[in-house]
Write a protein that binds this ligand. Sequence first.
Ligand code: ADP
Ligand code: ZN
Length: 609
Amino acid sequence: MKEVKSPKKPLIYYYSIVLLIIFLFNLFITPMISQSQVVEVDYGRFMDMIEEEDIGVVQVEDTQILFTDKENTVVYKTGPMEDPTLTQRLHDSGAEFGRVIEEPTSPLLSLFFTTILPILIFVGLGQYMSRKLMSQAGGKNAMSFGMGKSSAKVYVPSTQGIRFSDVAGEDEAKESLQEIVDYLHDPKKYTEAGASMPKGILLVGPPGTGKTMLAKAVAGESNVPFFSISVSEFVEMFVGMGASKVRDLFKQAKEKAPCIVFIDEIDAIGQKRNSGSGYGGNDEREQTLNQLLTEMDGFEGNNGVIILAATNRPESLDPALTRPGRFDRRVPVELPDLKGREEILKVHIRKVKPAADVDLHTIARMAAGASGAELANIVNEAALRAVRNGRTIVCQADLEESIEVVIAGYQKKNAVLSDQEKRVVAYHEIGHALVAALQSHSAPVQKITIIPRTSGALGYTMQVETGDKYLMTKEEIEDKIATFTGGRAAEEVAFGQITTGASNDIEQATKLARAMITRYGMTEEFDMVAMETVNNRYLGGDSSLSCSADTQNKIDRKVVELVRTQHQKAKQLLEQNREKLDRLAQFLYEKETITGEEFMEILKGEEKE
Ligand code: ADP
Ligand code: ZN
């Protein structure tokens, strides 16, 4: 671990100097520069002058009204009042609406002294220090101690009244969070049953999918205070700051319980320790993390503080955070599918005036892969474009144009599949599902989607086992292997081409085939001979082979044979059902997510013909 504690003292030292300089500037120089001859008068005097038609130029602002007399010799200032006819009366009195020059001195000069110079000093000092730190910390990641962010927004208790209905789509996430809302409404019901709520819930999903909104909605629905803290903002600040903020936050939260505490970007502190990345020695992060863990362990299950945290990199989190009693529940918040995108667009289009020709379905289709935040942005860009063209009404062309503006931003991030890729993924997933459905022993599919997942999968097919299964027959295992190969088989059948998309399938199929031989004794050749010893059945099946090298070779060959047979079978099944494959894949390509029922409908619908 690298020690980078030494900057502690100099940091505060330098900051104090800067603060002192700014203070002096404001005390002596600023008044000198901006000394202007503004005379403050009461509102009555202002009204009198209007009556006497003695107003030259007037400038009405939210917080003050500035005006001059007819000769423009004196600048007056008064506070604003509720006065609906003011504008008309001013107009009648012959006043001119315009800017009242408040500061006779060059505004540029004063801007320089009051704002730019202190900023320059800040930036300069920051650079100097980070360079100094760079040499101290061996150049590794020293920038994070710099002054990239100077303000740490810590917590905002807020009741903005966001409800679940404001979050479009994301039905599954809402459903899982509903329980929390129930609990906060009536904690007694749960305590009486001896049930305790999870202390921490992890909202997992890509940026802009509405995690923050969902957390606020939980607070809004349960009508409890909402505290939020964005970790990345303070973790780079003074040493010891993060931990004390966390302590402070929890102190307040406990006083206000029941309440929601929301920790955004938890991966900024919750990253695996000693991960070997540049963060290896950042003990500021570690301190903050430790404080968070201490706080979470410190309160009992039912004190009404529910912690929601958001991350888009769940795999990089320190295991200490996801241990039972901490963030032990996960709620996936995935990118919206076509229907979800349309719903989100509907929510945001309410803020503007859409023309009659606006067709959100088409926009949703064009914006494949966009997140909720990006969709909100598309609507906003469209409104801006309308204004640029001198309109207040947003039309379809505005929306279509702004998709390109916004998409250009995110396509670079590589988050979006090209059209062809989407087609391939659709065939791949339908391949799995169709092979499963065509074999009598396979479990029916529940849901198929080609929306890229947080896990990195481009699509997935969710199967449900009907009832709990403890025993599997040899045929069932074979069918399962065939289902795993179904994705690749569909690519071959439809495109005559194969892609890298099947790597996980290959792993799974191989594992099953190997287990058939070495653990379940399901092959003629090896009969019921144990080839493998499972060391720890409960911890992920850590196992070792216990056989001769020659046997190992034979096993390997048998594995290949088993998988190949099933792969051929899958291919054959798909070729025989080519039409169904095409139709289902096209349907999935268009809708992006289909349910098991829709799948079966299409499958059966064709059989009737
Ligand atoms: P995250 O926390 O997941 O990064 P946010 O909750 O901050 O995302 O969402 C950012 C913005 O995107 C929101 O303020 C909202 O305008 C828009 N948005 C995202 N998801 C949705 C959704 N499901 N429904 C409506 N608006 C959404
Ligand atoms: Zn697959």
